[in-house]
Ligand binder design. Structure first.
Ligand code: ADP
Length: 586
């Protein structure tokens, strides 16, 4: 139990140390993760801005190139041809608001789509010929700063001069609507996101503003000055106007509160134009991202801790189970030891009993040998006396003969027992009639019974079956039982012998009204040399071999013998033998 508790404590301590280590590592990495996420986020925003800038520049430049190619194409010299070309370009190339042709006198003579072309518009008359003049004089494409269109919104004007040799033929004016560019490259950036995109030209004029449409076309610098604001955004605007790229944070003043904005900006370089795209998102988006990374980190940490806890719990349970098994094993071993101890005590007791039996046997045998010898010696001495009368001599001879019988019986008993124990007892099996065996046995003991005034009752059913037995040995058993009954029954007692049949067997019962046998001795009386009460037995005589021989003989017949008794009221010895079945050889 102590070991069990110690194990639990050790596992718990290890578990706590592991959790602390994992948690501190988690906190340490959290700071680093925050920095990395911030950097990654800025980088990503900048990439988006760059991508948009490059897209816009590429798109616009492609349109300029198309118009330049058209201007050099001789097949479009004639106005009719131009008409056809404008239409084709307009329809095949997306993004043009209109394409017009202005003659050297500054008058718009053609345009496509026709409803968008101000035919007859005279640049000189309207005093708006500077870009036209510049294109003509420089013989190069001129792109003017995005300016408001009649229809609203801003447009980028591309002036491409048309020369035929040294002959100035006019200018193709292609207008790209700013909203076409912004719809394509800037609006999609903010889809499903918070924040906004804006684009300025090199003077700080808003070309696009995803948050404040009304600001488009106005100058942010002017607006900031008007509002008397000189915040971080001004710095960013200046950087943008310089054509730099980068990321910066500024405090955006909202209606009620100030919120941090992260701005990523990248320049759009398109011919002589310098614009700048900026993506402005609330700094809270990074927090959002960090929180989500943190949440994932937490889930990971939680999983690790859960695994550690689960593992520890598993270990604790495993140890507990081991302990329980061990305890159970110890308990069962203990029980085994107790049982073995008891068995040892019993065996010891039994050994002591056997030792006593042996001593008793030795004294009994000595007694049984000495007594007849002493009697025979005395009788012989008397016989040897000259004056011994004839009657005395006859008595002495009788004593000698009886004692010789007594010793012969003892030796025979010992020999029988030895045969039984060594399995050398030979049985002459045959059909034995119980009537005759019992009659012979009674005949042998009758005299002794009469001498003691004991009545012998015999109850034999007339048709009792014969048994399969060795007649001589069976007679030996019954005589032995009858002799014992006579020996242990006081004068005027009764002895009865009964037989009955049951389940293919025949039962023989020898009962007496004698001393009886204590219950605890009922089995022991069949053991060799065992005598239930040595004092009484001594008086009665005997060797303690008779019943052991009886059991040996009955068991050699595959039979069974046992005793029943009530102390002081008498004993019954019962044995059962197989019935003789004719035709069935033994
Ligand atoms: P023994 O020669 O002593 O009679 P047995 O083996 O025949 O030897 O009997 C063993 C013991 O069993 C006897 O000493 C006696 O104590 C007991 N015993 C046997 N038969 C009877 C009986 N009919 N009545 C009472 N005790 C008996």
């Amino acid at each position: 139990m102590k070991l069990k508790r110690d194990n639990r404590v050790v596992i718990l301590v290890i578990c706590i140390i592991l959790i602390c280590t994992v948690t501190s590592l988690g906190f340490k990495t959290h700071g680093e993760v925050e920095e990395i996420v911030q950097e990654q986020f800025n980088e990503q925003q900048l990439l988006l801005a760059r991508q948009a800038s490059l897209g816009i520049a590429g798109f616009a430049d492609e349109r300029v190139t198309i118009i330049e190619i058209l201007a050099r194409d001789r097949s479009c010299d004639e106005i009719d041809n131009l008409t056809r070309c404008f239409k084709t370009i307009y329809e095949e190339t997306s993004g043009f608001y209109s394409i017009e042709f202005i003659e050297p006198n500054g008058v718009v003579v053609y345009g496509y789509p026709e409803d968008r072309a101000p035919i007859g518009y005279d640049l000189y008359a309207e005093n708006r010929s500077s870009a036209f003049d510049s294109a003509r004089d420089s013989r190069k494409t001129k792109i003017s700063r995005p300016t408001p269109l009649f229809e609203g919104g801003l447009g980028s004007f591309i002036w491409v001069p048309v020369y035929e040799g040294e002959d100035f033929r006019g200018v193709i004016l292609a207008i790209i609507r700013m909203s076409t560019i912004t719809d394509r490259f800037l609006t999609p950036i903010m889809q499903n996101r918070t924040g906004y995109v804006y684009m300025i030209d090199h003077k700080g004029k808003s070309l696009y503003d995803g948050a404040k449409r009304e600001a488009i076309g106005k100058n942010y610098l002017k607006m900031l000055n008007e509002n008397n604001r000189s915040d971080g955004w001004l710095k960013i605007l200046n950087e943008q106007m310089n054509g730099s790229e980068g990321t910066a944070v500024y405090l955006k003043e909202g209606d009620e509160s100030q919120s941090e904005q992260i701005v990523a900006y990248a320049p759009v370089r398109w011919r002589n134009q310098l614009w700048s795209v900026a993506i402005s998102v609330p700094a809270s988006e990074v927090d959002h991202l960090i929180r989500s990374v943190y949440a994932k980190q937490m889930i990971f940490l939680g999983t690790v801790i859960a695994i550690i806890l689960g593992g520890s719990l598993g270990l604790i349970m495993m140890f507990s189970r081991w302990n329980k098994t061990l305890e159970a094993e110890v308990k069962s071993k203990n029980a085994d030891m107790i049982r073995m101890n008891k068995e040892l005590v019993l065996a010891n007791k039994r050994l002591k009993e056997l030792d006593k039996l042996k001593s008793d046997f030795v004294s009994m045998v000595s007694h049984e040998l000495k007594t007849p010898l002493a009697a025979m010696r005395t009788s012989a001495q008397v016989l040897n006396m000259r004056d011994a009368g004839e009657k005395t001599k006859a008595e002495m001879l009788d004593i000698i003969l009886r004692n010789i019988d007594r010793q012969t019986n003892l030796v025979n008993d010992l020999l029988d027992l030895s045969r039984i124990e060594s399995g050398r007892m030979k049985l002459k099996m045959g059909c034995v009639s119980l009537d005759s065996v019992i009659a012979d046995s009674i005949e042998s003991v009758k005299q002794a019974a009469i001498e003691k005034g004991i009545k012998l009752n015999v109850e034999l059913p007339e048709d009792i079956s014969s048994v399969k037995a060795d007649r001589e040995r069976l007679t030996q058993v019954i005589i032995n039982l009858l002799n014992n009954a006579i020996k242990f029954t006081p004068r005027s007692g009764e002895i009865s012998i009964k037989t009955r049949e049951l389940n293919g067997q025949v039962e023989v019962k020898v009962s007496d009204t004698g001393t009886g046998i204590p219950a605890e001795d009922l089995d022991k009386v069949f053991e060799k040399f065992y005598q239930a009460d040595s004092t009484l037995t001594r008086e009665a005589g005997g060797t303690g071999l008779g019943l052991a021989i009886c059991r040996g003989i009955i068991e050699a017949h595959n039979g069974h013998i046992w005793a029943e008794s009530e102390l002081g009221k008498g004993s019954t010895f019962i044995f059962r033998l197989e019935k003789w079945v004719s035709g069935k050889a033994g």
